[in-house]
Design a protein around this ligand. Structure first.
Ligand code: 3LM
Length: 402
């Protein structure tokens, strides 16, 4: 039954175990430790000879349900939940790479992932090269004898560049490398990288998966030995474990994931089309627009363009800041994937970790503005954008008249 479920059904049912009391909703096992019937039982569980919970850092029934649901959705053998998206990202590197190994990442990554790969990993003797994954020949040219992994986001945070994941996966497999994709912006409902040949998929569950802005969490979906290595090294020994209460909230949030993604995509598309036609806007970054370089992958690689978009204004830095400050319905906040629409300034917020030169190389301009389309009525969001843009169009019209 499980393998035949459609994703819209799987977000509600996959991995659910029938509860002895008949509770429809899975119980919350808010317990740090679990009692053994006798010493033999405890020893057998530690030895892996008997299944059953031991201690929540090593596994918890509520967290395990979230892991089973994610493994089903991402078509992986298993999944491991972490206390944040960054704990999931670092779990992949610290669990699977060792001193002397080489990692190739995209030039543009979420800001803290960029600082992790550019500042922290080298402290542990892991070499890192950042290359633009739009140019796979350049990626191939960067491969060294000690290269172990290719890592990217698609669409990328914050300017939504889209990469050909099937081509990345085939390069990785030809060269014997592990390919890893951060699928946060898409969710498994819009993109399943493993079906394209990618080895490991991860998410910041803080975003769309939970969807309600009240949890910080992450998850890694993988198979076989890498899965076991990350469970042993990254979860058990490093210990960034997800709280059962947060797993329970994510399971609740995920039940509406399919409905929410539909509305996020619809709202983002409406906003992107409006902005593209506005005289004060010079560029809109959204894979749902025909003008976007990744548009041709919509429908094949991506089942939808997602809820995040970015824009550049025909204005200097101060005028761009004034535009953001004029927005009333959009909250000025980092994060994305919440019911509330959000707006933020990547150069000074989510991507402030980049050195100015690296940020430019990554394609993040000082005037780039990122929007996360929420679940509100699109007309209200458009009205907010219209009023915040109005002074800019007026000044442009004035300049043109002079
Ligand atoms: C943000 N992003 O606003 P957590 N991978 C991706 C992400 O976008 C993020 C993470 C991993 C934002 C967070 S900025 C201070 C706020 C693609 C986070 C890390 O550890 O759950 O925050 O996920 O773009």
């Amino acid at each position: 039954m499980a393998s035949k479920m459609h994703p819209e059904t799987a977000v509600i049912h996959a991995g659910h175990l029938r509860e002895p009391q008949g509770s429809l909703v899975s119980p919350l096992y808010q317990s740090a430790t679990f009692v053994f019937d006798d010493v033999q039982t405890g020893s057998a569980r530690f030895a892996g000879e008997q299944s059953g919970p031991i201690y929540t850092r090593l596994g918890n029934p509520t967290v395990a349900e979230f892991e089973r649901r994610m493994a089903h959705l991402e078509e992986s053998e298993g999944a491991i939940a972490f206390a944040s998206g960054m704990a999931a990202v670092s779990a992949v590197f610290l669990g699977l790479l060792s001193s002397g190994d080489h990692l190739i990442c995209n030039t543009c990554l979420y800001g803290c992932t960029h600082s992790l790969v550019s500042e922290q990993l080298p402290r542990f003797g892991i070499e890192v090269t950042q290359v633009d994954f739009a140019d796979l020949q350049a990626v191939e040219a960067a491969i060294r004898p000690n290269t172990r992994m290719l890592f990217l986001e698609s669409p990328v945070n914050p300017h939504l560049a889209v990469y050909d994941l099937q081509a990345v996966a085939s390069l990785a497999s030809r060269k014997g490398l592990t390919s890893v994709v951060d699928n946060t912006f898409m969710t498994p409902l819009l993109q399943r990288p493993k079906s394209l040949g990618i080895d490991i998929v991860l998410h910041s569950a803080t975003k769309y998966l939970n969807g309600h802005g009240d949890v910080i969490a992450g998850v890694v979906c993988a198979d076989g030995e890498p899965l076991e290595l990350m469970r042993h090294r990254s979860l058990k020994d490093i210990g960034g474990v997800l709280s059962p209460h947060d797993a329970w909230l994510i399971l609740r949030g995920m039940k509406t994931l399919a409905l929410r993604m539909e509305r996020h995509c619809l709202n983002a598309q409406t906003l992107a089309e409006f902005l593209e036609g506005h005289p004060a806007v010079t560029r809109v970054y959204y894979p749902g627009l025909k003008t976007h370089s990744g548009y041709h992958l919509l429908g094949s690689q991506m089942g939808g363009a997602g809820g995040v978009l970015a824009l550049e204004l025909n204005a200097d830095f101060d005028a761009a800041v004034a535009f953001v400050n004029r927005l009333k319905l959009f909250n000025i906040a980092v994060s994305l994937g919440d019911a509330e629409s959000l707006v933020q300034h990547p150069a000074s917020m989510t991507h402030a970790t980049y050195e100015a030169g690296d940020r430019e190389k990554a394609g993040i301009s000082d005037t780039l503005i990122r929007l996360s389309a929420g679940l509100e009525n699109a007309e209200d969001l458009l009205a907010d954008l219209r009023q915040a843009l109005a002074p800019l169009s007026q000044s442009n019209t004035l300049e043109e008249a002079l």
